[in-house]
Design a protein around this ligand. Structure first.
Ligand code: PXP
Length: 263
């Protein structure tokens, strides 16, 4: 069995802070608590609209973190210049749309091939290893390798949505995923397919020499299928940990997640 790196995404601590524009909750306190309770990596996303993490957060986190910092960013040139200067331990390139609530879908590595290749080159020149956040397809793995990335992060959002539709009462809330309002047997088939795509993509990525992470929508209930995929050696998890921390404290929320992600 391979070990699993738990990347704790602390963006949502900054979401709460930005709601009031005061330094409360303190993102550095979140960093220390995550670090002391089992996180193996800190993940943050410097969005173009700066809706949560600010440039100063990245600087402070890099200055104080004992753990590697995985900085997610788009291929926007201004952002790439900042990231190249700040030198995180890794950059994960993600798609970004201003109007989205969260990152929807993986990077389109086919339509933006040359822009992504240039971004990777710029980051490599700054000695920053690069991961690409991509949908789980064999073609995307091959393209990520061809473009020069060291790593891929498989987008688990579709899997997580299907899991939620099957196993929670989301169907009866305002938050159901309309296109997934399907009969139970159909959801089960689709969930199996989604897990299979993650598995064969991870295996293929590993075979061609890429490191493999996964993330988006992962929570305390839906990890089992993902943990069974040996080729995935890193998970980046944010929303569910920070949501749980409201009720249990961040220390316990991280410790619980660490237990579930330990092989
Ligand atoms: N990985 C990537 C590349 C992401 O963009 C996000 C969302 O910021 C996550 C992981 C974490 O997703 P979630 O907050 O749903 O756990």
């Amino acid at each position: 069995m391979s070990t699993m790196t738990l990347g704790v995404n602390i963006d949502h601590v900054a979401v709460l802070r930005e709601a009031r524009r005061v330094n409360d909750p303190d993102i550095l306190e979140a960093l220390f608590v995550a670090c002391q309770n089992g996180a193996d990596q800190i993940t943050i996303h410097l969005r173009e609209d700066r809706r949560h993490i600010q440039d100063s957060d990245v600087k402070n986190i890099l200055a104080h973190s004992k753990l590697p910092v995985n900085l997610e960013c788009s291929i926007n040139q201004e952002i790439l210049n900042i990231v190249s200067r700040l030198k995180p331990h890794r950059a994960t390139l993600v798609p970004e749309k201003r109007e989205e609530v969260t990152t929807e879908g993986g990077l389109d590595v086919f339509s933006y091939e040359s822009a992504i290749a240039n971004a990777i080159e710029q980051l490599h020149d700054a000695l920053i290893p690069v991961s690409l956040f991509v949908d789980p397809t064999i073609e995307a793995m091959d393209k990520a390798k061809e473009l020069g990335a060291e790593m891929v992060e498989l987008h688990t959002g579709h899997y997580a949505n299907l899991f939620a539709m099957l196993h929670s009462n989301l169907v009866y809330s305002n938050h159901s995923v309309k296109e997934l309002e399907l009969p139970r047997y159909e959801l089960e088939t689709q969930l199996e397919k989604a897990l299979h795509s993650l598995k064969i993509s991870a295996l293929h990525a590993k075979k061609i020499g890429l490191e493999v992470a996964a993330g988006h929508g992962l929570n305390y209930n839906n990890l089992q299928g993902i943990m069974a995929i040996d080729a995935i050696t890193e998970l980046n998890i944010g929303q569910s940990i920070i949501a749980r921390s409201v009720f249990t404290g961040l220390d316990s929320a991280v410790r619980e997640m660490k237990k579930l992600t330990t092989r």
